[in-house]
Design a protein around this ligand. Structure first.
Ligand code: EPZ
Length: 416
């Protein structure tokens, strides 16, 4: 396993290019199962989760090639089974279930387990697919689904689940008749998936609002599509500018998808300026803690909760961070305290009291965004910080140590 060794206290300066979005690319890659023809995707990030998805697609009979940032896909002779070993490493794999049912009428996909941040059930996915005509049984930990063709349905989601909304949009594109999703999630990555599918001939409308309508079509044809930039990677680098009291220019930053994050960082005292997709982020005075609650889009994203907590831990005053999405997304708190942070937990809330400065130590990553939080804290801390189990980070950040080194950070990847 790899670790990062960081000598902190250096203000980051320079330009960083934001990569394609992991959370847009994953559902779009799996949606290629629906398409009868060649799919050419650009701006696909080189991440472990992307490679895992391409391996899954290959097992399902899709020909997949990854050249540079471009992926070529062709769902030639589809097979209906997604094995446990792949699904357990990446729960988003479960999204292949609906597309396989839509194309083949049968599918066997391992039921995804929980992960560090929560139980993460898929009950809303399955209930929606059942309303579209699927019948499911659980066999040896696998979800076995069958249907005599999917049909449109009027589905009301109990919660605006991102994966559930993506899953049901995909399945509905080839269902007979119209599907209406109420209380749908509004995340930008869902909008990107819908735009991709519409370039393949799907008839989706209302994406980005909480009511999405999908008119089923006979088939979907091949296309070329550019994946959106990663708003969470961008938000992470905005925090990197703030926590190191640096001055960064972000290129290809999806500003419109980051309004809640930019608003909170400005409220803390950061300067974030920019036109279109190039943004300058810098600090010219003390930063102050704020209160926030993570919520479904357009609220403050849960995937930025750990990162802004790192920033608040070395800002002035105190703030309360409430996690409104996942039941166990404070695994980074104890590790931040090892770096000298003053954070106390009470249920789904963390009280952060800013300290003058963090001090380097050895810490352990537990999940993707907790890893990013600890790297950010290490960049700000005096002395040396080691972040272990950095494989979590490799799931969602393309060449993070390379990008940070180019901005002046002293960060090295070492074999543990
Ligand atoms: C997506 O996960 C993202 N992953 C997550 O990003 C992100 O944190 C999350 O959305 C929320 O924004 C990808 O896009 C690959 P949900 P997803 O379904 O789809 C409960 C990262 O760091 N729920 O919106 O799994 C669930 O337990 C990752 O990039 C049910 O109860 O999120 C959770 O508490 C982490 N039943 C809440 O809803 C269901 O059927 C939100 O989950 C589905 C979800």
């Amino acid at each position: 396993m790899d670790k990062f060794v960081i000598d902190g206290g250096i203000p980051l300066r320079g330009q960083v290019v934001i990569s394609g979005s992991k959370n847009a690319a994953l559902p779009i890659l799996l949606a290629a199962i629906l398409v009868d023809g060649e799919v050419r995707l650009s701006n696909v990030p080189h991440l472990r989760d992307i490679v895992t998805t391409l391996n899954l697609l290959a097992l399902l009979g899709c020909r997949a090639e990854f050249h540079g940032d471009e992926v070529l896909l062709h769902s030639c002779d589809l097979k209906p089974e997604a094995p446990y070993d792949l699904v357990r490493t990446m729960r988003a794999s479960v999204l292949c279930l609906g597309p396989l049912l839509a194309r083949l009428g049968t599918a066997r996909v391992s039921l995804p387990g929980g992960c560090a941040i929560g139980a993460r059930p898929v009950d809303m996915h399955l209930r929606g697919l059942e309303q579209m005509g699927a019948v499911f049984e659980l066999e040896d930990g696998d979800i076995v689904g069958n249907c005599d063709g999917l049909h449109g349905a009027h589905i009301h989601l109990d919660f605006p689940t991102v994966g559930g909304t993506e899953h049901l949009i995909m399945a509905a594109t080839l269902a007979k008749g119209k599907t209406i999703l109420e209380n749908a999630a509004r995340e930008p990555e869902i909008q990107d998936l819908a735009e991709f599918l519409n370039t393949c001939g799907a008839k989706i409308s209302g994406h980005g609002t909480s009511v999405i309508q999908i008119e089923g079509v006979e088939s979907l044809h091949g296309t070329s599509y550019k994946v959106m930039s990663d708003r969470i990677e961008a938000g992470t680098y905005l925090v990197a500018a703030g926590i190191t009291k640096g001055d960064l220019e972000l290129v290809d930053c999806p500003v419109d998808a980051l309004e809640a994050v930019i608003s909170k960082l400005r409220a803390m005292g950061m300067h974030i300026e920019g036109d279109g997709s190039n943004v300058r982020a810098y600090v010219d005075g003390p930063l102050h803690c704020v209160d926030l609650t993570t919520r479904p889009y357009p609220g403050f994203p849960t995937d930025m909760q750990a990162q802004i907590m790192a920033l608040m831990s070395c800002s002035h005053g105190a703030g309360i961070i409430t996690e409104g999405i996942f039941e166990n997304r404070f695994m980074h708190v104890q590790e931040l305290c090892r770096l000298g942070a003053h954070i106390t937990l009470s249920g789904q809330s963390a009280m952060v009291r800013g300290v003058e400065g963090l001090k380097g130590a050895t810490v352990m990553a537990s999940d993707l965004r907790a890893s990013a939080c600890l790297v950010l804290a290490g960049l700000a801390a005096s002395g040396r910080t080691e972040v272990r189990r950095i494989y979590h980070l490799d799931r969602g950040y393309e060449q993070m140590e390379v990008k940070l080194s180019q901005l002046g950070a002293k960060i090295y990847r070492e074999r543990e």
